[in-house]
Design a binder for this molecule. Structure first.
Ligand code: NAD
Length: 355
């Protein structure tokens, strides 16, 4: 049996994880993987029950599982509680507790949704990119100074530090991921200015020797930001540091259209992978049955691909989503006149029917 911890969380989390589990159950019927689901609380839902956004028991259950399917946490109900008890703390606790150092965000432009992209169709058609972002190092975690005065002038500083093992493990993750895709890695840095980027580039070039079947190029981050808007189809896998990845992944998300379409995976030292759609808990539409579940269902496909090594099952889900969109099914966030406007449950059923 493969144990999956399902953490619906708050807001639309219950609705979208419900959809992803329905799809996984259909996949299990077809591929006989032997999936077992164990439901746990986190975020505001956990705070309301146990007074903590993430209990030690839930974290232990997650560590022992094969994978975690996570919805979203947070909402206005918990906006004014003590900072250490805020729903978002559950996410940090899980990332830290599971040692999740790599964040994978695929962005694919569906032909059926091409008008939803802010880029021209002829530029964006066929774009299908995976960004691999380092998640626990670099300038967000380096030593910093909020304020000091030197020669009568106030200043502040942050430090970007990367060690060889930290770079190696994320770069390996990118090369391994590329082997499951179109076998091309673009490493993004600022090696013309930063020492940490020069080390990054050296380690990337060394690591590449173990992956002769994968093509590698390096690109400066400023050029990458421009290339994404000019020629996004040149990219397959992009690997980069924590801060560059943070900025570029939002640029990527924007070219994809709706927030509700985008999945993510966080992978780490242990064997447990963590999968969630990239948006928040959408309190404005929670409980109305209208949330777009596609980002979460695609997260379930990533779970099959990266944690259970079930590539065929993952592709089956992705193909079912392609077909559902091509057949005109749309939730409100991506709806256009003349198409079939659906609830969360209706579009989920349409996807399940196409598996
Ligand atoms: P949000 O991402 O929840 O929503 C932004 C907008 O996108 C809203 O209008 C929402 O209705 C829409 N949207 C999001 N997902 C959608 C979907 N699947 N289908 C259709 N529409 C969708 O961002 P927000 O409103 O700034 O944050 C709401 C709460 O979520 C906050 O408490 C925030 O802290 C939390 N949050 C959680 C996570 C997480 O759990 N990983 C991430 C970001 C924000």
């Amino acid at each position: 049996m493969k144990k999956i911890i399902v953490i619906p969380g708050d807001g639309i989390g219950k609705e979208i994880t419900g959809s992803a589990v329905a799809v996984l159950k259909k996949i299990d019927e077809k591929f006989k993987i032997g999936l077992e689901f164990d439901y746990r609380d986190a975020g505001g839902a956990s705070y309301d029950k146990y007074g903590e956004p993430l209990t030690a028991e839930t974290l232990d259950a997650c560590k022992a599982a094969d994978a975690i399917l996570f919805g979203a946490v947070g909402g206005p109900k918990w906006d004014n509680i003590e900072v250490s008890k805020r729903p978002e703390k559950a996410l940090f606790g899980l990332r830290k507790g599971l040692g999740l150092y790599g964040n994978l965000r695929p962005v694919k432009i569906y032909d059926a949704l091409i008008d939803g992209s802010p880029l021209k169709p002829e530029i964006v058609r066929g774009a299908d990119i995976l960004i691999v972002r380092e998640l626990v190092g670099g300038i967000y975690f380096g030593e910093r100074c909020e304020s000091e005065t030197v020669d009568g002038v106030e200043r502040a500083w942050d430090t970007e530090i990367y060690s060889v093992p930290e770079i190696e493990r994320i770069v390996k993750l990118a090369f391994e991921s590329a082997r499951k895709r179109r076998k091309k890695v673009t490493s993004v840095d600022k090696a013309n200015v930063l020492a940490s980027s020069r080390l990054w580039r050296r380690v990337v070039n060394e690591t590449a020797k173990d992956y002769p079947d994968v093509t590698l190029n390096s690109m400066y981050v400023d050029n990458c930001a421009a290339q994404l808007a000019i020629n996004p189809t040149q990219f397959d896998v992009i690997v980069t540091s924590n801060m560059f990845g943070d900025i570029l992944s939002d640029e990527f998300a924007a070219i994809g259209g709706s927030l509700g379409l985008l999945p993510s995976a966080s992978l780490g030292e242990g064997t447990t992978g963590f999968y969630e759609q990239i948006a928040g808990s959408a309190p404005d539409i929670a409980g109305k049955g209208v949330a777009n579940p596609i980002g979460e269902i695609l997260s379930a496909a990533m779970l099959l691909r990266y944690s259970l090594n079930e590539e065929k099952a993952a592709q089956t889900i992705e193909a079912a989503i392609d077909k559902t969109l091509a057949d005109g099914y749309r939730t409100g966030d991506i709806y256009k006149d003349g198409l079939k406007k659906c609830s969360t449950a209706e579009i989920t059923q349409a996807i399940v029917d196409r598996i």
